[in-house]
Write a protein that binds this ligand. Structure first.
Ligand code: BJW
Length: 256
């Protein structure tokens, strides 16, 4: 992997770094991505269900909560035994390294709901789309961790009030939590270097973060197997699997 010297210097010397990750970062752990040939969307469609875009909505949940929960229960059971890969682990190491610098800051923003960044050691990831291991009571809004996979009862019920709970996830058409959005925007606006890794960069508002970082003066680095709508704006595009590129990049940073 070749990185122009001046760009590597910027990465090595910066004190404030942010990264936005997507499903591609977890692909090498065995978590299916959403779009593309082997993506969750296409395979689910192939099963003859309603389109997943329609399924991952509050309307679908109101119409058929059991069907929506069956999908989540299947995904939770698939993800439960999976481990962070070298991509997740390198991001956690990069964060620790940066935080040792005086005033060093690293913000990990993720669209992933699988929780693998936390397992890898990332301290406080900004989970833009929620977390598949948490449920939310539809009546009281209470959020609880729930690691049962498979779940004993579908749909699961709130242990306090007996109402249904839903996955603590942001579906299409729903607003992101304001505090989460604020942290993500702040990270993009203040970063000296902004990484965008393993995302197709089509879902808003996450996809806009790279442009916000760029407009605020950051150097933007994309890591992906393929080009995306943001490739044309980035300063450096590293093509390949994040589980290979990120450890290599970390090695280059450490030996610079
Ligand atoms: C590798 C790799 C390897 C593979 N190494 N790389 C403005 C304009 C247009 C539309 C909108 C807009 N604002 C809002 C919208 C509507 C909508 C939206 O964006 N729609 C677009 C699809 C057009 N957004 C919303 O509804 C959001 N809410 C919102 O903005 O509220 C206000 C509002 C509402 C309505 C109108 C206007 C304003 C909420 C979005 C929530 C998205 N939730 C989902 C599903 C959650 C359910 C669940 O997980 O169970 O989150 S969608 C799905 O996509 C999931 C993901 O987090 C998200 C992003 O996917 P990601 O991570 O990019 O995955 P893939 O599969 O797409 O890409 C994988 C990439 O990895 C590929 O590029 C591969 O090449 C790469 N890759 N292996 C490196 N080893």
């Amino acid at each position: 992997m070749k990185i122009p010297g001046d760009l590597l210097d910027t990465i090595v010397n910066s004190k404030n770094v942010a990264a936005l990750t997507g499903a591609g970062v977890s692909a090498e752990s065995g978590v299916p991505t959403f779009r593309g040939e082997e993506g969750l969307w296409r395979n689910f469609r192939a099963e003859g269900f309603t389109t997943p875009e329609e399924l991952a909505t509050p309307e679908a949940f109101r119409r058929d909560p059991k069907l929506v929960w069956e999908w989540y229960d299947w995904r939770r059971t698939l993800i439960a035994p999976l481990k962070p890969n070298p991509g997740h682990l390198s991001l956690a190491k990069f964060e620790k390294r940066l935080k040792k610098k005086e005033e060093g800051r690293f913000t990990l923003v993720t669209q992933n709901v699988d929780g693998l960044h936390r397992l890898a050691g990332s301290a406080d990831p900004v989970e833009m789309h929620g977390n598949i291991w948490f449920t939310r009571c539809v009546d009281e809004g209470t959020v609880r961790e729930n690691r049962d996979a498979p779940l004993p009862q579908l749909p699961p019920l709130c242990p306090d009030c007996g109402a249904m709970v839903r996955p603590h996830i942001v579906w299409f058409g729903e607003s992101l939590e304001p505090s989460v959005l604020e942290r993500a925007y702040k990270a993009a606006q203040e970063a000296e270097v902004f990484f965008i890794i393993g995302t197709s960069a089509v879902v808003q508002p996450s996809a806009s973060l790279a442009g916000i970082a760029k407009d605020a003066g950051a150097m933007v680095v994309e890591i992906n197997l393929e080009s995306t709508p943001v490739t044309s704006l980035v300063d450096l595009s590293l093509k390949g699997p994040s589980g290979v590129i990120l450890p290599e990049l970390l090695k280059m940073i450490e030996s610079a």
